[in-house]
Design a protein. Sequence first.
Length: 495
Amino acid sequence: MTQVRTRIAPSPTGDPHVGTAYIALFNMCFARQMGGKFILRIEDTDQVRSTRESEQDILDSLRWLHLDWDEGPDKGGDFGPYRQSERSDIYKEHVNKLVAEGHAFPCFCTEERLTELRRKQQEEKIQPGYDGHCLSLDEKNVQQRLAANLPHVIRMLVPADGKCVVNDMLRGDIEIDWHQIDMQVLMKSDGLPTYHLANVVDDHLMQITHVIRGEEWITSAPKHLKLYEYFGWEPPVLIHMPLLRNADRSKLSKRKNPTSIGYYQKMGYLSEAVVNYLGMMGWSMPDGEELFLVEDMIANFDINRVSLGGPVFDTEKLDWLNGRYLREKLSDEEFMQRFGEWAFDPATMHQIIPLIKQRVELFSDVAAIAGFFISGLPKISLADFEHKKVSAEESIKILQFIAWAIETLPEWHRDRIEMLLMGMAEKMELKIRDFLFPVFIAIAGTSVSTSVIDSIAVIGKDMTRARLRHAIEVLGGVSKKGAKRLESDYRSLGI
Ligand code: GLU
């Protein structure tokens, strides 16, 4: 029998998401249980949004959770490179083959034409998608345009009608009408592949046998299956896991729930409790025991027992589970050790010490002024935000604007943060002291603390986001209508 090979294929375009860890966990359990290999591949074909910082954070987060891979960009392996940006030639060669065999074609349509097409299709209430305009160009014309280096993309051909049957190992046959499937761009005008092409080519070349991924990819499966067919390759087994959800059953989003793995690490969850909880999202032990280690999960794993119900990611339940781990699984000795490692992590300590050294005379002063760095969400109330010049409403505005603005920061560095906040205060026509007051309360729980900008830099984006959100809730929250108004005010500032 061929060896089972699974993979996790994150795009390094933001904070490491708990959804990535959840999918990685199931891929890892399946591979381990089958005596196979689990691969990590970085899908960084989106050059604008992908960053090395995000890639590093994803690797670190998965390592923290002990979701260890056998092959990857950091480890190498027989099927590398494992970073798509280093595989451009492979994709070019494959797309050329598709064009030569008449399965894909160059498309020279301009952005304006495509926008106009979309607008018309919306107006006529017809299925949006490419209309095949460039398919009517004759061969000579195409060659001339190519020779003249006219900007173009490569699109794949898809059947105009009929149905595609996607077989999902857990869901059975899923029928999707071909007319709903667009003539997908496979290669962009910059010569880089899109997700669909790179993903199929790599899964094949890396000999992936089972693709276990989120259910949001079901609609992409027809294109992928068609590509396998065009290339004459056997497709891997497809398994689409149910998406993690917010309490209101919408797709888990950072607006409603912390989604960054780093947040859970900084809040002081145990990695095994987080993994256990992610396991519970799609799996239960045969004996119904809710507390299980990843080894137990691997030993008992049966992919056919994965449940397809939309699992709600509920942090209260996670807290409860984590509490059980602390009480039932850690001896006092282990608690001491794990707590020490978490609280006095050298990398963070190196950042904190210079900030507090100037402000203390005794070691016994330290806890009072540095406790907030590690204390999760500060215990604050509406009264803490009382200020002569800044109303609660204004505070909400400041905090919400910052929460939005930090998402645009390309790197998390104190000088960048300072520039951003200074610029915002100016645009909002507020004195920097007044502007920063609610920020101090949100981040440190008090207005007397180390520089709030330094503090933000130390606690990181995920914890900053969580504290800002918490403070906004404490201040009374934002209604749907209020959010609309805030958004338009924010936009008019042009940050
Ligand atoms: N790069 C895709 C993602 O970010 C991978 C999806 C897949 O597993 O095919 O989720």
